[in-house]
Design a protein around this ligand. Structure first.
Ligand SMILES: *Cc1c(COP(=O)(O)O)cnc(C)c1O
Length: 405
């Protein structure tokens, strides 16, 4: 058996050598397991933790209230922190190259916590670049949390900053158009105002925004990090100071992640690099075929790659949605199977139609999250759905062809 001292020595040795992303994906957040005689991480479902030392607990609660640092020893109560969720947070921080990460019940709960941290400091003004995910756009536009937003393009960020600006928010590649930004240039334009980059689409496999100057890296972990369409979660990767404030807001507002979800996310991270690379290869192939197809008007595929494609058809996009059989017609993304949806109807429906169109989200745009199926099977399904959409348009102008349909 290891003595505690030996155990510490192991940790020092293990953290000394920098490890590649693929290695971190399967080992980060699990460094202590072998020492404990475990292979799979344990799931701690406790909501409370016994302690006979209430003076000690008082001191630990005071310390949390001061810095938001994770309490030493067992957590006091599930809303303060959970060991299984902490494993996922540690692993994601390693993948994003940040000090820390703080997990929430959903991506929107994570964004809410960021806005509340800044609002609690009197910094209610947000500068943001469209497009953003529809509900992020809505949260800012509606001012539900008392924030006020100025929408601008990347070149206008520096000018849009005010003394009360608490946050600059961008997505790259953006949902749903896959528009890309120069994150380094954007971070520079922010000066001392924290830049939040939503990295949901790229994942740390393709892009690490913290290395380019983003102070906050947000994920809807519901998407690629979970990766199987069965976990809803959000996470913010950042420095320890901001993480402390996020933990305090999480404690006060309660948007915690369930430990089972934390377990599934840690497991999801272990295959993240493999999934993202395989799905990206499929997506690149499909993007090429769509771009060469006369039934398709436009294809958007990011320079950095990835498993998301956006495209516009000459025909009726609703007929493409109605026509797929292997591909699942559903909102969300980042699962092992391929999903397609019509942003103007679903993911970005809540955004005002003029704002939506102004951000490049045309009524003809379809967004597809490419999965791990065989690419020829995917193409056969898409081809049939495109044919149906194409036929529907042709039928409109030709009454004879519409008879009997
Ligand atoms: C889905 C999504 C969100 C919101 O995440 P939820 O987990 O659904 O709350 C935020 N940003 C992007 C880019 C998304 O795709």
């Amino acid at each position: 058996m290891d003595t505690p001292l030996d155990a510490q020595a192991h940790d020092v040795v293990r953290s000394a050598a920098p490890r590649a992303l693929a290695t971190e994906a399967v080992h980060a957040g699990r460094d202590d397991l072998a020492r404990q005689g475990l292979h799979a991480p344990p799931i701690d479902l406790s909501t409370t933790y016994p302690s006979y030392d209430s003076r000690g607990e008082a001191a630990r609660i005071d310390a949390f209230a001061t810095t938001g640092a994770e309490p030493d020893g067992p957590p006091v109560y599930g809303r303060l922190g959970n060991p299984t969720v902490a494993r996922f947070e540690t692993a994601l921080a390693r993948l994003e190259g940040t000090d820390a990460a703080v997990a929430f019940a959903s991506g929107m709960a994570a964004l809410t916590a960021v806005l509340l941290v800044r609002a609690s400091m009197g910094l209610r003004h947000v500068v943001a670049v469209r497009p953003l995910y529809g509900c992020s756009d809505h949260l800012l536009t509606a001012g539900l949390l008392g924030s006020e937003v100025t929408w601008t393009d990347p070149a206008g960020i520096a000018e849009a900053l005010r003394p009360d600006t608490g946050l600059v928010m961008v997505e790259s590649p953006a949902n749903p158009t896959l528009a890309e930004l120069d994150l380094r240039a954007v971070a520079h334009a922010c000066g001392s105002v924290p830049l939040l980059a939503d990295n949901t689409f790229a994942t740390p496999v393709l892009q690490r925004p913290a290395e380019q100057g983003a102070r906050l890296v947000l994920h809807s972990a519901t998407k690629y990090l979970g990766g199987h369409g069965d976990v809803m979660a959000g996470v913010v990767a950042c420095d320890e100071e901001f993480a402390g404030r996020l933990r305090q807001v999480r404690f006060a507002t309660g948007g915690v992640l369930h430990p089972l979800a934390g377990y599934l996310l840690l497991r999801g991270l272990s295959t993240l690099p493999v999934r993202v690379r395989a799905a990206s290869a499929n997506a690149a192939e499909l993007a090429g075929r769509l771009a060469a197809d006369p039934r398709v008007a436009r294809v958007h595929y990011p320079r950095i790659g990835g498993a998301m494609i956006a495209f516009e058809v000459h025909g009726d996009p609703h007929e493409v949605i109605a026509g797929v059989r292997l591909v699942t017609p559903a909102v969300s993304l980042g699962s092992v199977d391929t999903l397609i949806q019509h942003p103007a109807s679903i993911s970005h429906r809540i955004v005002d139609a003029d704002d939506r169109r102004g951000a490049g989200v045309s009524d003809r745009l379809l967004r597809m999250s490419v999965g791990l199926e065989d690419v020829e099977d995917l193409w056969a399904d898409l081809d049939a759905a495109l044919e149906r959409a194409h036929g529907a348009t042709v039928g409109h102008g030709a009454p004879a062809a519409a008879v009997g349909h």
